[in-house]
Design a protein around this ligand. Structure first.
Ligand code: PLP
Length: 404
């Protein structure tokens, strides 16, 4: 294990604040390191392995597809891509899908579509995003994101603006008929598990409709069942114009997607956008299996039930402990904001055999697989309580970024 860490540190870019462990296999909610030590995974690859590690249906689909055809250029039709597009539209109620390979690529495609929309309607205003948001690490998505990810990467493209998250007044001040689009995470993930307020989301949707502004929901972390509904925006009874998804969509095989209606999809034509790997047969076969399992096993309902149990257990187990500031979240997207940087807690929990995460410096983040059991939740909470009680809540060296 030490050897792998040393070689990796020597040869790989130093872009991740890695924890000192090398994993070699996983099954369900459990994962084992190279020395055979077992851990319970409350992070699921940061909202990727939602069915747990190596779900048999996903493994079967990948195996079968790999034996038939792994890749084919998008200049040809492919059956797995076609079946997945049809399934995603059927589940979501939208009409069209564009496939790419990651979250930022989905957002980048949505930005291009929004710019086309702006040009068509003679708009010269902004594409807006919200304070504390995260939409990826391309130049345009860091332009939309928080200042901490932008340092030293300028100059940045123009045409982007910022609105305060959950601030209806700022929303009303900044949105007008010249505005082009607004990106919103219905539950901010990297920003510290912060759900949008229902009245804020409804006003956002109303203002977008009234001003002919595209509403784009970034469901990359919070979508595909994670909050107990297929999309997190469904909690607010709104319907965005475009939705971007990735992460858990592929069950671990890279895939992203933009989902929208025909009228908007038709803003771009052959040659305007594309991807070599986007929606390749292997990724689409895996994704089809993921969505089928979520549907067939009614996993969104399971997320609702387990999520409620988990949130209540967090509240009853941790409220009032030294340093615990706020407990929040929806479904299996939960956070505990601490009064001090919480990376040391993550490290202590790793020693105890639990994978949890710290984001936005002071928020413990829990994104377990949908199949996590109440026994596993109880065991994790017992360990976490001990770790919190053993902490001396003095400020430790600040971690500017989440470990990701
Ligand atoms: N949008 C949100 C809400 C995310 O949480 C992330 C990744 O954490 C992204 C976009 C970027 O996704 P990717 O890392 O696949 O580019």
């Amino acid at each position: 294990m030490d050897e792998i860490r040393q070689i990796s540190d020597r040869y790989h870019f130093n872009v991740y604040r890695r924890l000192p462990v090398v994993f070699s296999r996983g099954k369900g909610s459990k994962i084992w390191d190279m020395q055979g030590r077992k851990y319970i995974d409350f992070l699921a690859g940061i909202s990727v392995n939602s069915l747990g590690h190596n779900h048999p249906e996903v493994v079967k689909a990948i195996r079968q597809q790999a034996a038939k055809l792994i890749h084919i250029s998008n200049i040809y039709y492919s059956e797995p891509q076609t079946r997945l597009a049809e399934l995603l539209c059927r589940i979501s109620g939208y009409e069209k899908v564009f496939f790419c390979n990651s979250g930022l690529e989905a957002n980048e495609a949505a930005i291009k579509i929004a710019r086309r929309f702006g040009a068509k309607h003679n708009k010269s205003g902004n594409i807006f995003s919200f304070t504390n948001c995260f939409h990826g690490r391309s130049i345009s998505s860091i332009t939309m994101g928080s200042e901490k990810y932008k340092k030293g990467f300028g100059p940045f493209p123009s045409g982007f603006g910022k609105i305060s998250f959950n601030d209806i007044g700022d929303l009303r001040d900044k949105i007008n008929r010249d505005s082009i689009a607004i990106f919103v995470e219905p539950v901010q993930g990297e920003g510290g598990i912060i759900p949008a307020a229902p009245e804020f989301m409804r006003e956002l949707a109303r203002l977008c409709r009234e001003n002919n502004v595209l509403l784009i929901c970034d469901e990359i972390q919070c979508g595909i069942g994670r909050t107990g509904k297929f999309f997190a925006f469904e909690h607010f009874n709104i319907r965005p114009d475009l939705v971007t998804v990735a992460k858990s969509l592929g069950g671990g095989i890279p895939i992203g997607a933009v989902i929208t209606d025909k009228k908007i999809a038709d803003l771009i034509e052959p040659g305007d956008h594309g991807s070599t790997f986007g929606g390749n047969p292997l990724a689409c076969a895996s994704s089809h299996a993921v969505l089928s399992v979520i549907q067939n096993e009614n996993l969104t309902e399971r997320v609702r039930v387990t999520g409620n149990y988990f949130l209540n257990a967090l509240k009853s187990g941790l409220s009032g402990l030294p340093g615990v500031k706020e407990i929040r979240g929806i479904g299996l997207m939960l956070g505990v904001e601490m009064e001090y940087p919480c990376r040391p807690l993550v490290e202590k929990m790793l020693e105890k055999g639990f994978l949890i995460n710290c984001t936005s410096e002071k928020t413990l983040r829990f994104l377990p697989p949908f199949i996590i059991s109440t026994r596993e939740i109880d065991a994790m909470l017992r360990a976490l309580k001990m770790c919190i009680l053993s902490m001396k809540p003095e400020p430790v060296e600040s971690a500017a970024h989440s470990i990701y």
